[in-house]
Design a protein. Structure first.
Ligand SMILES: [Zn+2]
Length: 179
């Protein structure tokens, strides 16, 4: 999804580190567009991040490796599990470290991702990153999956490594993806 969120997360990290504060970078272990354990933006910036796997305990990791971190930044948070989100709440509440997560809310079928669902429930604050529809000038709130030039509305939520393409679109163009 072309929302520029990876650029944003790299910018936040830079702002902390410029002040000599350490940040912990994480991303979903599922996301392999750039390679596991990397946060990369379309403008070419990229950096290493801890890949969060199904059995990763985020709270334990933070407590054991860097309990004095100034911030925890998580990309592709939609792919996290409910357990991961609860571990992140403990990082905030028990370790007193702010956590910022970045991700998509709804999948191409317009269902919530598991990580996003529990972030909507547990997060202290939600901010929407605005993106423009691929086909018009309206705000894009939907992710259109295209396969061989045709829209797809059913199937597995996560399909990594296929030849699908995703486009940010407005509601009208979600259902009628033409210019
Ligand atoms: Zn549109």
């Amino acid at each position: 999804m072309n929302s520029g969120k990876s650029i944003e997360i790299l910018k936040v990290a830079y702002n902390y580190e410029e002040q000599g504060k350490s940040v912990i970078m994480m991303t979903s272990g599922l996301d392999n567009r750039a390679g596991v354990g990397k946060i990369s933006s379309r403008i070419g910036l990229e950096r290493e991040a801890l890949p969060i796997m199904q059995d990763t305990n985020i709270f334990d990791y933070v407590q054991e490796t860097n309990p004095d971190a100034a911030c925890v930044l998580v990309d592709e948070a939609q792919f996290l599990t409910k357990d991961h989100i609860l571990q992140l709440t403990k990082v905030v509440d028990d370790l007193n470290i702010p956590v910022m997560t970045f991700g998509l809310k709804n999948d191409f079928r317009n269902e919530l991702f598991e990580g996003s669902k529990y972030l909507l429930i547990y997060a202290d604050k939600i901010e929407e990153m605005k993106t423009i529809c691929w086909f018009c000038k309206k705000k894009a709130s939907f992710n259109l999956r295209m396969h061989d030039g045709k829209p797809v509305y059913e199937g597995e939520q996560v399909q990594i490594g296929g030849n699908e393409a995703y486009y940010p679109v407005c509601r009208r163009h979600y259902f009628h993806p033409t210019v």
